[in-house]
Design a protein around this ligand. Structure first.
Ligand SMILES: [Fe+2]
Length: 188
């Protein structure tokens, strides 16, 4: 599925009704909380947009609430990037593509990171390839998009607060339209 703006907007609005796999909040709440964390930390429009849309692949793939428990990895980071390719450039897409790898990286290099993950996140880690070992971690650290992907990953981890109030979807879609088709800061 390739998304246009109206398809993206309706997918996100419908996500208010689907749970974020294994967590106690909806996919839309998780998306808005992620974007709010990025905005709070002064991220550029492209990275706020990446935070908002990092789990769109779950929605495109129609992730079931029991998929994790059933041992299914829907490879949502790849599905999401494929669906968003017409709308955004690499400054939005690369952090989305790498946010799962960034979790494996942080588990490998940061003491205590793994222990602090939510239960659902620990469960999916095993399906996603497990803790990253040294040679791969060194390679990942050299990726030009690693810093953005790691920042996104930390907002993702933080964005699971039940009942938190955030700005609405319209606010973040306005930011997303600013980030559309900008290449690596060209229009920032
Ligand atoms: Fe997420």
């Amino acid at each position: 599925m390739i998304l246009d703006w109206s398809g993206l907007e309706s997918l996100l609005r419908d996500a208010g009704h689907s749970l974020y796999g294994g967590e106690a909040i909806s996919q839309l709440e998780h998306a808005l909380q992620s974007a709010e964390c990025a905005e709070r930390d002064g991220a550029p429009a492209a990275l706020i947009t990446a935070a908002l849309l990092h789990d769109v692949g779950h929605l495109v793939a129609g992730q079931g609430d029991d998929d994790l428990a059933d041992g299914i990895d829907d490879r949502h980071e790849q599905t999401g990037v494929a669906a968003l390719r017409e709308l955004f450039g690499d400054d939005v897409l690369a952090p989305i593509a790498l946010h799962v790898t960034a979790k494996r990286y942080l588990c490998g290099v940061e003491p205590g990171y793994l222990a602090d993950l939510s239960e659902a996140s620990r469960l999916s880690l095993a399906l996603q390839g497990g803790v990253m070992a040294e040679p791969e971690a060194e390679r990942f650290g050299r990726n030009p998009h690693a810093v953005a992907a790691i920042a996104l990953r930390r907002w993702d981890d933080e964005a699971k607060v039940v009942g938190k109030t955030t700005p609405g979807l319209d606010h973040y879609l306005t930011i997303a339209r600013r980030a559309a088709h900008t290449r690596a800061g060209a229009l920032q």
